[in-house]
Design a protein around this ligand. Sequence first.
Ligand SMILES: Cc1ncc(COP(=O)(O)O)c(C=O)c1O
Length: 436
Amino acid sequence: MPADASRRLHERALRSVPTGTHSNSRVASPYPTYFVRAEGAYLWDVDGRRWTDFMMGNGAVILGHAEPHVMAATQDAVANGLGAGFESELSITAAEKFLQLVPNAEQVRFTNTGTEAVMHAVHVARAVTGRPSIAKIEGAYHGWWDEVFVSTWPDLRAAGNAHMPVPLPGGAGLRQEAVTSAVVVPFNDLETTAAILEARRDDVAALIVEPTMIDVGFIPPEDGYLEGLRTLTSELGIVLVFDELLTGFRVALGGAQERYGVTPDLSVWGKALANGFPLAALAGSRAMMARTEPGSDNAPFVGTFNGYRPALAACLATLELLEDGAVTRSLEERSRRLVEAWDEVVAKAGVRARLHAGGGHFQPYFTPLPVRDYRSAATTDAAAYERLRAAAAERLLILPPKALLHAAFSTAHTDDDLRALIDATRAAFIEETPDA
Ligand SMILES: Cc1ncc(COP(=O)(O)O)c(C=O)c1O
């Protein structure tokens, strides 16, 4: 195809597909790039160009695209007749392997997407507590369901006081009551969270937390914060849910709950769980998980595609490759080195910015402020980010389209791939700056 194949595909797509994409997160200006193949750290587009992928399936593809062991396992499952709607030994073996890697959880059930796993966690929390409302962190994303698609990347002009954030809908069409009853609290601020939750102790069923905020970049919890949330929610009888979609297998093999030594009541997993195949999980204590069993006091847990065999095969193969901890350790070490190299370049350029990174996730923040929650992250200079993204794109490196998302690399990325990112940063902020 000639060099404008993506543009022509986009024009064609617009006739049948709104925006020309199947997820609004892929909408790009002037049009998205359309791809034909993915392997390792690379994507090949319809114009035949090879891009280095620094989005990696929104963080899902921890081992690189089309990892051979994972692909072989899924092909076996397909050859044996897919398997929608019934159980097999694989659904037990994958669960056992998951629990081996995530020792804080006692039981697990598989579903398909992170959004669904979050829905299950919310239902269980309501069944257990008999309370209606959900508390969440300002700026955090937990999927697009009414109850949690609240104050995700909120417009701070409408979000009120930092000590009493106003719940804002993430879009139209949400159940209004879900939005107005949501309780929004700031990340890394235990005192404010305690004050807000204590005032709402009779109606909050669950507090859902991404234990390192990664959907807005990479914001780790400060010392004592997660422990404090654990104590607070136990005192108030609120179910503590960790969203480990992005922290899982990356910040530690057993997720943030292992890294920070804090056990939530429930946790949700997905993404790296199956190296890019659609699979998610709800995990937790035996007592909590029992509340998903059939019974009029319990929450529903059903789904035609739950425990879909190709995805379970991908899960087992992925977890086998992760289980000795070498992948997680190497991603962490390489993240540390990326930060050192990146921070050195921007310091030399005189740009006030820092790279936050861990477990192969990374995010540049172009702000002089320490980034510790959504509001400080939102002070990042979007124009500076765009300068970096454009310099990267010129070198065929894919970074997220917006300033407050998160980038990722995988074990398939070579040191040269990471160096190319540093070169793009240098080009954006030093080589294009006269007299630098
Ligand atoms: C932290 C987090 N939670 C939940 C979700 C929703 O998962 P899914 O897209 O699989 O529904 C995402 C997806 O981006 C996520 O990053």
